[in-house]
Design a protein around this ligand. Structure first.
Ligand code: ADP
Ligand code: MG
Length: 680
């Protein structure tokens, strides 16, 4: 057997099981032995039969003292029974549907049994235990046994046996991805030992040491991949955009830029003037004014005679930014066009033509900006807004439209630092840690149904004062069970419009509406004509209507904390005192205490850390859109310290050996990560 050989050639695997293993991501022997346990069962302690209590799971060594009695019931079903005894007592063993046991068990021989015991009256019973002869003990009993994540048709025992086979035949070929200095510096376990110990530890501390090493290795490899990506980009030449005076831009604005905004803009200006391509992430809480950073960069690029593209994740946001940029930048000489799928063919053609001829300087739109046939002869800057909606793959797609444009990425959700380091590890980061002055904290209340009448009176008061209100409902999948007490946006809209607030003008917005409908509803809300907007989470990111002063969320337990924080960020954007009311719903999602955390906490970063702990990293990106490799062993919500060490070490290694040519196994692994990520 060879390390990179197909698992189907392992004894006991074959074609059929190989197919099943593929579902677990296992193709080669290397994959197989890199399939780490999710947990362990301690079967190393041998117990006395007499001490075992009802319901206990335990390991015993006992002699078979009665001839196994086989009862065939019907349809091939059978029961085999026999007694076992050790020095302290006896137990009755029952085994279902394994008739061959009758002949393979030897009366008078000693076996090790592991399973769950029961006591009926004084009698001890054991059903369907795992067992092996005591003199051959050590595979499934008498030791710490790994527990693997399974798929139908593959049992724990199959995995245990084949992984052991893989280790026995290939461990010597296993390359060490970590440089020897790294292993020494961090006192890590040797790779071969780590692989053996993670699967077959002799005690738990050995398993933990192995785990430590493998977590470090996984994060280190990832950090090397991102680090070398960053290096490559660093060295790419970029269009030189002479840095303009910031005041020239600032004096056109109706407000003063915050210090954090100015700092971020100056950093971006410096990048773009440097001769190398900019790769910068602007991270800031909702409402911190990231759009102005983009606007300043776009202005700088266009006044130098280049083009810029600004990509938003939804049409709604694309429209909003189109309005903002047209109003702000057209007077400064920037010619703006819009590009989105819902435009008429003619309007699209017009925009595309203007871009191609250099008669437009800025294209604002959705991923339609990436469509074939759209060309930007002088593109020097690609901005993507609300980045986590796109993922690593698309980020580079816009950049690929031309050679080495400057790239500016705006992150909507303040994401936990661990994830930021990984997801954006290849970018420089500007953090906007300051809200524009005069912003007031949004008063947040988590309430139950009994408060509904009061909230409705409150809505009436606010709307009569001239404010606007959002009512957001969770998205409901059509076949979702138990949705009866969930309020869908359309239902809520109908009810509010006809019976609760017939005196007001309401609008409804949800994902299934046609783009043109959505647009006209949104326009109605922006102009103030629509007073109460009932919607699904389409308003979650970025939408900016300063006159809106109340956000009501139905079934708030159905949302993630970060998402609720985003929703809350839709209000409190103007001079008006603003509120957020979270109807707790009936539970089933995040608990009432978690909602209370949101009531007290207004810092998006802290909320996102909490969210990560609660829901894991997957939810931050939607269904694995982030294009990162699957983690085999590292837990991103728990490994921040290790991640930092791994990153430091990666920078150190890359500084001495930028192409990793002195560490071939590491280089091969890093290259394969790139190949997989390019597909996502
Ligand atoms: P986000 O960071 O969430 O994208 P936006 O860029 O949409 O935030 O800005 C939120 C609101 O704050 C907008 O209405 C914008 O015009 C306003 N704004 C931005 N910067 C400032 C500032 N320095 N002073 C006052 N208002 C600002
Ligand atoms: Mg924004």
């Amino acid at each position: 057997m060879q390390l990179y050989g197909d698992v189907r050639y392992l004894k006991g695997i074959g074609e059929a099981r190989a197919k099943l293993l593929e579902k677990l991501g296992i193709r080669t022997v290397y994959d197989l032995i890199s399939y780490f346990p999710r947990d362990y069962e301690d079967r190393s302690v041998i117990r006395e039969l007499a001490d075992i209590q009802e319901g206990e799971t335990a390991c015993v060594r006992a002699v078979v003292v009665s001839t196994p009695l086989l009862n065939r019931i019907r349809n091939g079903l059978s029961i085999t029974r026999f007694r076992i005894a050790d020095d302290s007592g006896t137990a009755e063993v029952t085994i279902f549907n394994q008739p061959y046991i009758k002949n393979s068990l030897r009366v008078g021989s000693r076996y090790s049994f592991y399973g769950r015991f029961q006591r009926f009256g004084g009698k001890l019973g054991l059903q369907n235990p795992t067992f092996e002869r005591s003199d051959e003990e050590g595979k499934t009993t008498g030791r710490i046994v790994p527990v693997y994540r399974l798929t139908a048709g593959i049992s724990q025992n199959t995995l245990i046996k084949s992984i052991r086979q893989g280790l026995d035949s290939c461990l010597d070929e296993l390359p060490d991805l970590l440089p020897a200095e790294t292993v020494r510096r961090y006192h890590l376990t040797d790779v071969r030992r780590a692989y053996r110990s993670i699967h077959m530890p002799s005690d738990m501390s050995e398993a933990m040491r192995a785990r430590e090493r493998l977590v470090f290795e996984e994060l280190f490899v990832l950090a090397c991949a991102l680090g070398s990506m960053k290096n490559q980009r660093r060295n790419e030449a970029g269009h030189v955009i002479p840095a303009p005076k910031l005041e020239e831009f600032a004096e056109r604005l109706p407000f003063h830029l915050t210090n954090a905004q100015s700092r971020a803009i100056e950093e971006a200006f410096a990048d773009m003037a440097s001769g190398c391509a900019m790769n910068r992430l602007v991270q800031g809480d909702v409402g911190s004014g990231k759009t102005m950073v983009a606007a300043a960069c776009i202005w700088a690029v266009c006044r130098s005679g280049f083009q810029a593209a600004f990509m938003a994740p939804t049409e709604l946001l694309a429209d909003q930014h189109y309005r903002t940029f047209s109003e702000l930048l057209e007077p400064m000489g920037v010619r703006v066009v819009q590009l989105k799928s819902s435009m008429t063919a003619k309007a699209k053609r017009d925009a595309v033509e203007k871009l191609a001829l250099g008669e437009a300087d800025l294209a604002v739109g959705t991923h339609a900006l990436l469509s074939e046939g759209v060309e930007y002869p002088r593109l020097a800057l690609a901005v993507t807004d609300e980045q986590h909606r796109f993922g690593v793959g698309q980020r580079s797609a816009l950049a690929a439209k031309t050679s080495a444009p400057h790239v500016l990425v705006m992150s909507a959700t303040p994401i936990p630092r661990t994830l930021a380091l990984i997801l954006y590890g290849d970018l420089d980061v500007s953090i906007i840690d300051e809200l524009p002055p005069g912003r007031q904290k949004v008063d947040t209340y988590a309430v139950d149904e009994s408060m509904r009448p009061r909230i409705q009176r409150f809505i009436v008061r606010l709307v009569e004062e001239g404010r606007q209100v959002y009512v957001v409902c969770p998205m409901i999948e059509e076949n979702e069970e138990g949705t009866l007490d969930l309020r869908s946006a359309s239902e809520v809209y109908e009810q509010l419009r006809t019976t609760v607030f017939p005196q007001f003008k309401l609008g409804l917005l949800h994902g299934k509406m046609k783009a043109a409908e959505k647009e006209s509803v949104m326009a109605g809300f922006v102009s103030g004509e629509i007073q109460i907007l009932v919607s699904t989470t389409v308003v979650e990111v970025g939408v900016d209507v300063p006159n809106a002063a109340l956000m009501v969320v139905e079934n708030a337990d159905r949302f993630g904390l970060s998402q609720l924080h985003q929703l809350r960020g839709r209000v409190g954007r103007g001079e008006h005192k603003s509120y957020c009311v979270l109807f707790k719903g009936k539970g089933g999602g995040i608990s009432a205490e978690r909602l209370d955390a949101l009531v007290k906490e207004s810092d998006g970063f802290r909320i996102s850390e909490e969210d990560l702990k609660l829901r894991g990293p997957g939810d931050f990106f939607g269904s694995r859109q982030h294009g990162l490799p699957t983690m085999h062993i590292a837990d991103l919500s728990a490994s921040l310290d290790v991640l930092k060490e791994a990153q430091e070490e990666a920078s150190r290694v890359l500084a001495l050996d930028p192409t990793l040519e002195r560490h071939p196994p590491l280089m091969r692994r890093v290259t394969s990560i790139f190949q997989n990520a390019a597909g996502g």
